[in-house]
Design a protein around this ligand. Structure first.
Ligand code: KG4
Ligand code: ZN
Length: 334
């Protein structure tokens, strides 16, 4: 039986639509909102307004890139949460209206579950249970995935997300938003052992990134007092050193979780999974501990509708359709 699903992702500042046909991603269109770059972060009201402006064009592009038309669709999937409520309302209201007019079912997808499954896009070989390190601008979690529908958060940040820490450190350095990719870029030519940052002690498998951000701010201010050109003179080394610390903080806890849950398969996902140092270190870790590592392709790390489409096709097979009275949620639940 043919199965074609349109998926819509509007949880934060990216408007995205994707078509999946019989388990294969046929298109993935993403419009990133450049207004936030100028403002140094995501402004929720601007995000919702931009989704309103973009959504119909993005959906049309996803259909035409896939060579599909409305009548080919068997279901409409959309991100139901967590995320910014105003942004989610745009995607969900659009999905409901479109689904209602076409007379096809709705599939409300949890954004975090979709991230945790993003490494399975277009390839199916992996074993349960696996541990997923979900690292993005809004989340930092270790998730034990027992099946596509049975996931447990076994560790998470008690304050900021790691992507937020990357972005805040970048802002302190005067870099644009989002700063994570820029820190990654400048790190390539830097010495990661040039500057040391203090360790943060957090119990269990949890994380904390607010302390490192404050230490970083003091470190920069103290050095600027000595040399007003400190940032310009040392940008590559500063970026490489803070990146090394943030990646170390993630992997220290991830290793503890791997030992505790004795899994053989691991994955990373979310925007920070695009980080070159994290990708390199997770590969080293998998070799050292003889683990099967699954890393999503770059375009499926940051927010994208293909991961929503991918997750929705598992839900479709189990007929996990949503009622038309379903309401989006901002709360961090999985
Ligand atoms: O998953 P995502 O697109 O959105 C959220 O759900 O938050 O993640 C965005 C986050 C931002 O904080 C961004 O700075 C970070 O991912 N990011 C990176 C890299 N690419 C994106 N952080 C470090 N290195 C990268 N290469
Ligand atoms: Zn995300």
């Amino acid at each position: 039986m043919n199965k074609t699903i349109l998926a819509i992702e509007t949880s934060c500042d990216d408007t995205s639509a994707s078509i999946i046909s019989n388990g294969k991603i046929e298109s993935n269109v993403i419009s990133s909102q450049l207004d936030h770059k100028k403002l140094g972060g995501v402004v929720p009201e601007i995000a919702s307004r931009s989704h309103q402006k973009n959504i119909i064009y993005i959906v049309n592009s996803a259909l035409s890139d896939a060579g599909a038309v409305k009548s080919d669709l068997d279901a409409i999937a959309f991100t139901i949460g967590p995320g910014l409520l105003g942004s989610l309302l745009v995607g969900s209201t659009f999905a409901k209206s479109f689904g209602y007019s076409l007379g096809i079912p709705l599939i409300g997808v949890n954004h975090l579950k979709a991230h945790a499954f993003s490494h399975t896009i277009n390839k199916k070989k992996f074993n349960y249970p696996f541990l997923s390190l979900l690292v993005s601008g809004g989340h930092t979690q270790i998730i034990l995935v027992k099946s596509y529908d049975d996931m447990e958060v076994v560790g998470e940040t008690r304050d900021d997300a790691v992507g937020e820490a990357f972005d805040k450190c970048a802002k302190i350095l005067g870099l644009d938003y989002p700063g994570g990719p820029l820190i990654d870029k400048y790190s390539i030519n830097g010495n990661e052992n040039m500057f040391l940052f203090p360790n943060t002690k957090v119990p269990d498998l949890d994380f904390s990134f607010s302390g490192i951000k404050t230490s970083f701010l003091y470190f920069i201010n103290d050095n600027i007092k000595e040399n007003s050109d400190f940032i310009e003179d040392n940008l590559n080394d500063i970026c490489a050193s803070i990146q090394k610390k943030l990646v170390e903080m993630l992997l220290d806890k991830f290793i503890l979780a791997i030992k505790k849950y004795k899994v053989k398969d691991i994955s990373i996902c979310g925007g920070v999974a695009a980080n070159s140092s994290l990708r390199k270190e997770i590969n080293k870790l998998s070799e050292k501990h003889n683990l099967e590592v699954h890393i999503p392709e770059m375009e499926y790390c940051t927010d994208n509708a293909a991961m929503i489409a991918n997750y929705a096709h598992y839900m479709y097979d189990d007929k996990k359709f949503s009622d038309f009275n379903i309401v989006p949620y901002s709360k961090n639940i999985i």
